[in-house]
Design a protein around this ligand. Structure first.
Ligand code: NAD
Length: 305
């Protein structure tokens, strides 16, 4: 089977070598399309691919139309909103992600952002500590669970809400389960977002919700920019001079947020999963999943069921 790795922003060389080794050990063939600049290059490369590994690359109906032999596409990473799932299903293509592979990387960055925020962006003035503060985790998935683990090391009091993960699972991890996201924002000093971008979550972090936070509240976003209602958050931050917002996903309205000097920070690029470990782990996991799919029909990580 021909496995195409199509990456506008390539994997690190170590990850490509690892993917190649996995694919070839299973008797499959690897093809590489890196740093492509035109969609036409992708449309041409997918023509004879049986499987496709991507990163943030967009796989839409046009790509799927061109990929006549494609059986499986794997997004090396957690978020898969760059794949048109309905179109994949219509083309009989299994779409998968590689959950958990970059979760620790993202979770560590949450605390990088958070310490920076509570220490006033290192401006020399006395800040506050995280110990004893209430941290709210919105969505207790792979990243959320790693955030909880690290938060306990900081001595934080940890709360979580997840629409699909049962409260017992959250409590079993030593985290307080709350009944809904409103309660999370009301209760916590810091809320860290780990929801995927779905029709339900898009624009859901809005004026009413964030406005429930206590004085001095901090919002951390390492999920997706689409989950935030930017005009409403801008309005709220203009009204509430106590709120801080830190993120590794630059909002569309970055220039407007930058007006809140000392209360807002965005990394220049999406940074959460940008570690050598995460990069390699996700690519190799994608290769293993493709091998398992061709060998045993394994679709454990399918997201377009
Ligand atoms: P995951 O699939 O393991 O967990 C997502 C969790 O969200 C699940 O537990 C699910 O039950 C829950 N959920 C879904 N819809 C919900 C809703 N409406 N309300 C509350 N909970 C809901 O994913 P993950 O690995 O934890 O990653 C979370 C998100 O982080 C990804 O979807 C992705 O968008 C983002 N991410 C960002 C970076 C980065 O570089 N900043 C890297 C990886 C992932």
């Amino acid at each position: 089977m021909k496995v195409l790795v199509a990456t506008e922003k390539p994997f690190a060389a170590a990850a490509v070598n690892g993917i190649k080794a996995e694919i070839e050990a299973a008797g499959n063939e690897l093809a590489l399309l890196e740093k492509y600049t035109e969609k036409a290059q992708l449309l041409d490369a997918v023509k004879d691919a049986d499987a496709l590994i991507i990163r943030s690359d967009k796989v839409d109906a046009e790509v799927l139309d061109a990929a006549k032999q494609l059986k499986i596409v794997v997004r090396a990473g957690a978020g898969y909103d760059n794949i048109d799932l309905a179109a994949a299903t219509a083309h009989n293509v299994v779409a998968e992600n590689t959950p958990g592979q970059n979760a620790n990387a993202v979770a560590e960055l949450v605390f990088g952002l958070l310490v920076f925020a509570v220490r006033n962006f290192y401006n020399g003035k006395a800040g506050t500590e995280l110990m004893g503060k209430k941290l709210g985790i919105l969505a207790f998935g792979n990243v959320g669970r790693n955030v909880a683990r690290i938060a306990k090391g900081f001595g934080m009091d940890v709360y979580a809400y997840d629409a699909f993960c049962p409260a017992e699972v959250i409590e079993k991890a030593g985290v307080h389960a709350v009944a809904n996201q409103e309660a999370l924002f009301e209760t916590c000093d810091v809320v860290s977002l780990h929801i995927p971008a779905t029709p339900e979550t898009k624009q859901s972090i809005n004026y009413a919700l964030v406005g429930k936070m206590k004085k001095g509240g901090i919002l951390v976003n390492t999920a997706r920019k689409e989950v935030i209602n930017e005009p409403e958050l801008l309005k709220l931050m203009a009204e509430r001079e106590d709120l801080k917002f830190v993120t590794d996903i630059m909002p569309d309205a970055n220039a407007d947020f930058q007006k809140f000097e000392g209360r807002y920070f965005s990394t220049p690029k999406k940074m959460g999963a940008q570690t050598a470990e995460a990069n390699t782990n996700a690519g190799i996991a994608a290769a293993k999943q493709i091998n398992a799919f061709f060998k045993d029909g394994d679709t454990k990580f399918q997201v377009n069921k």
